[in-house]
Each structure stands twice: as C-alpha cells, then as structure tokens.
Design a protein around this ligand. Structure first.
Ligand code: PEP
Ligand code: MN
Length: 336
C-alpha cells in the first residue's frame, strides 16, 4: 500500500511512520516528491495494517496496491527515464538499439556500429554469450566479445547492450557493457534477476516467450526489490499458434505495460519476425503502440551472420525503419 502524507510534514513525523512500519516487519520506501511525500509499504499483507497508519497525524490517505508488483507499479511512480550516460530511454525521443545478433569479430562489429550510428542508433547490441537452442551452434565469443563491444563503444560513442546468461557472467558484463541484457529464456531465473538487481548498470529485461505480462512485471519487481530501478522492459514476441512468424509480437503488451508500470518499454521486432521482410512492419506497429524504442538485429552482410541471419536486416533497411519510425512518432506524438 502507499501512504500519502499531508503537505508540510516534518522529518520527525516521517521517521515515526518508518519506525512503526519496521516494527511491523516491513521495509518502507520513502519517496519525496516536489509536492507530496509517499511511503510504500510492500508485503502481501501490508494492507491489514492500514488503520495503524491512518491513525498518524501526518497521514493524508492510504491507497492499497492490489497488484502483486509494487515498486514497478504506476501507482508508486509516474515515470522512469533510464539514463544511460546521457542517453535517455523512456523520454521524449524513441531510441534505436541496433547491431548483430552475436558479436563475431572486431572488424565486422566496428563496421556495423559505425553504420548504425550514422543512421540514428545510439546503442550497439550484440551478444557475447549466446543462448542457442543447439549446443552445436555458435555460442558467442565470451569475454573476447565483451572486449570488442567495449572497444567499439569507445571509438564510436555508442552505448552497448549485451546479455548475461548466468549469475557468473553478470559482473563481467557489468564491467564491459553499459546495459545488461537479461534474455527471454532467463526471464524467470530468479537468482539471475536478483543478481541483476544488485548490479550497478541498467538492465534490459526481455519478456519470456511463454510468460504473461504479470509474470514479466513480477520479474522486473525482483530486480527492483534488490535496489536496481534502472530497468528497461523489452517485448520480443511470445509463442502462439501463428505459423508464419518465429514468435508473435504482442503489440498490446506495450500500452498495457505503460498503463501498469512506470518503466520504459522497448520492442525487439527481429525475434518475433524470424524473417527480415517483417522487421519493418513490426517496428512501425511497435512505435504506433507507443514503444520507447526498438532493438533491431542489423548486420552489414546478414547472409553471413553467425546467428539469426534470416531475421537480420542490412543498414539500408535499418535506415528506412529509422526514418519511418521517427516520422510516425512525430505524427502520433509521444504519450509519456
Ligand atoms: C537476442 O537478443 O539475440 C536474443 C537471444 O534474444 P531473446 O532472449 O529475446 O531470444
Ligand atoms: Mn538473436
């Protein structure tokens, strides 16, 4: 539940409420806004103590949060803009993250990065640790891949986003990259979520392809509950019975998420498409639905890509998407 305090309350009064909450076994969170101070009391049974808190002079009113997610709930906070060294996700402009599915070598990564930056990307994506369905497929370059990302980032100024598949990789990814990606297959790896919650870098949390929106938000709550509030959500397609695409992009997820949470949400149109000709229409649908950005697989020679080549677009196609997406977003306006 959220305790909204009256205007002009004294520090001492806030401390008293916090003390009471702690005595009752809760970990209260205080948010001091310009006009109002709010205190969040988490815990499934928190609302049972409602009357105890309503009795304090400083308390204006108490609002229950019926959803199981609290810290990421829109009831707790209006909006989060994730600021990655000055590049804002969830702000006025949509962001473009682009790059290969996997980091393959220095030369190609650098060439792709230069190209996508010129075309409007502010983030370079690329996996160094790859979750592949087959153990015989390319597994990624590991730490060498992370070093390539770091070096390319230094040269180009692009921010980097790359996946940590396991707790043991979190520190390593944190050391080299700007944003830690938590992949679809790991969305409910709770120990990994908690480790990401203790990391100092922002997290890009992808929705699991068999997970509901509520489960998606609960996973974000896991990260936030460990102290990391810099979370970017990413819809990347779910499993349905559609047989002409790899996954089904859940476009409605975007406005639903915006209604439920203050976190930014971007869309990955590449993985649901599974084929490059669908990347543009899915990108535009995502922008029209209000996505805060797109993360797209781009390669200078998609046919030679070591993973996900069929859904990877070339820079020319990326250019068209960026131009149309920006125009579309201007026409529709950003509802932030
Ligand atoms: C990827 O971004 O290349 C990837 C593996 O994504 P997902 O976890 O959404 O499948
Ligand atoms: Mn991929």
């Amino acid at each position: 539940m959220i305790i909204t305090l009256k205007e002009k309350v004294e520090k001492k009064q806030i401390k008293e409420i916090e003390k009471k909450a702690k005595e009752l076994g809760f970990s209260p969170e205080v948010s001091k806004g310009k006009e109002k101070t709010l205190i969040l009391i988490k815990g499934e049974n928190a609302i049972l103590s409602r009357e105890i808190f309503e009795a304090f002079d400083a308390v204006d009113f108490v609002t229950p949060i019926s959803e199981p997610y609290k810290l990421v709930s829109k009831k707790w906070k209006a909006r989060t803009i994730v600021d990655v060294d000055g590049i804002k996700v969830g702000g006025e402009n949509i962001v473009f993250m682009a790059g290969p599915c996997s980091v393959e070598d220095m030369e190609s990564t650098f060439a792709i990065a230069r190209k996508v930056k010129e075309l409007g990307a502010t983030f370079l994506r690329g996996g160094a640790f790859k979750p592949r369905t087959s153990p015989y497929s390319f597994q990624g370059l590991g730490e060498d891949g992370l070093k390539i990302l770091r070096d390319v980032s230094k040269e180009t100024g692009l921010k980097t986003v790359t996946e940590a598949m396991d707790i043991s990789q979190v520190e390593l990814v944190e050391k080299y990259a700007d944003v830690i990606q938590l992949g679809a297959r790991n969305m409910q790896n709770f120990e990994l979520l908690k480790a990401c919650g203790r990391a100092s870098k922002p997290i890009l949390l992808k929705r699991g392809f068999s997970n509901t929106i509520k489960e998606f938000l609960m996973s974000a709550e896991y990260i936030a509950s460990e102290g990391n509030n810099n979370i970017i959500l990413c819809e990347r397609g779910i499993r349905t019975f559609s047989d002409f695409t790899r996954f089904t992009l859940d476009v409605a997820c975007v406005p639903v998420i915006k209604h439920q949470t203050h976190l930014p949400i971007i869309v990955d149109p590449s993985h649901p498409a599974g084929r490059r000709d669908l990347v543009e229409p899915l990108s535009l649908a995502a922008v029209a639905a209000g996505a805060d950005g797109l993360i797209i697989e781009v390669h200078n020679s998609p046919e030679k890509a070591k993973s996900d080549g069929a859904q990877t677009i070339n820079p020319e196609q990326f250019k068209t998407i960026v131009q149309k997406a920006v125009k579309l977003s201007e026409v529709l306006g950003r509802n932030i």
